[in-house]
Design a protein. Structure first.
Length: 263
């Protein structure tokens, strides 16, 4: 889901007079917003292969895998996002089984809270992780998304799910009521802005941002290309969306024009 919010072009760094050439080079390196499939590939707003330390740790909902793995995936989701439910249903199991468990990828999840119920869903998954039940809760929340997002008392529904999964519900309830979840989601919002994330699902693979509920077969080709060190060898994505739904085209053109005029 793109939530009708355009993804802005990458911000250009400020520099003192006399450093304009440096600014032009930095802007060229950081600009490129290439829109593919329901995935917008932000090739220029390149993150480091590992999540940046500044603010990232406070935003992480869950992480697993070898930090030395050749592929690093940051997955931005929202438990009330229907496209996230679709993507997770198809992709999470093979990603976990064939990539994370085999040391080929490290996976970091960053939850976003853009809907009613998002905070409660994220808190439930985080508290389930404390009792070794992250993936069962993650899966259950997406499988029953259409049910729980409509109930009046969502936190109470989360406790019922915890009981169903065999968790200590007293411990779960205390955890879920903590204010730290909102603080984490606030940090996640900051990280999302840093990566120019304006829709979910979104994921960063070795520094490139992708949007959309893509077919797992294509996602795996992206991962494999990154594992080989040839990310540009990945085929075009099967889903396509109009650029205007993802990118602030006017701003992008303005930046491109300024680069052209600058040499």
């Amino acid at each position: 889901m793109l939530n009708g919010q355009p993804a802005p072009g990458c911000a250009r760094e400020r520099a003192a007079d006399g450093h304009r050439e440096h600014v032009r080079r930095a802007a060229r390196d950081r600009l490129a917003v290439l829109v593919f499939a329901g995935l917008s590939v932000t090739a220029g707003c390149r993150a480091t292969a590992a999540p940046p330390a500044d603010g990232m740790s406070a935003a992480v909902a869950y992480t697993e895998g070898d930090t030395a793995a050749p592929v690093h995936v940051i997955y931005f989701d929202d438990y009330v996002c229907d496209d996230c439910a679709k993507f997770s249903k198809e992709a999470v199991e093979p990603l976990h089984r064939d990539w994370v468990e085999k040391g080929r990828a490290q996976l970091t999840l960053v939850d976003l809270a853009w809907h009613r119920g998002s905070v409660a869903g994220s808190a439930a998954a985080s508290c389930a992780a404390e009792q070794g039940k992250f993936w069962p809760m993650h899966t259950l929340l997406f499988e029953r998304q259409e049910v729980w997002k409509r109930v009046v008392d969502i936190p109470a529904q989360m406790v019922e799910y915890a009981a169903e999964l065999g968790m200590d519900t007293t411990r779960f309830r205390q955890c879920a009521s903590s204010k730290r979840h909102q603080a984490r989601l606030d940090a996640a919002e900051d990280v999302a802005r840093r990566y120019a994330v304006r829709g979910t699902p979104a994921f960063v693979v070795n520094g490139r941002l992708y949007y959309g509920s893509q077919q797992w077969s294509w996602v795996e080709q992206v991962l494999a290309a990154n594992e080989r060190g040839t990310p540009d060898a990945a085929p075009p994505p099967p889903l396509k969306v109009p650029t205007k739904q993802v990118v602030d085209s006017a701003r992008l053109r303005a930046i491109q024009d300024s680069l052209t005029r600058g040499g």
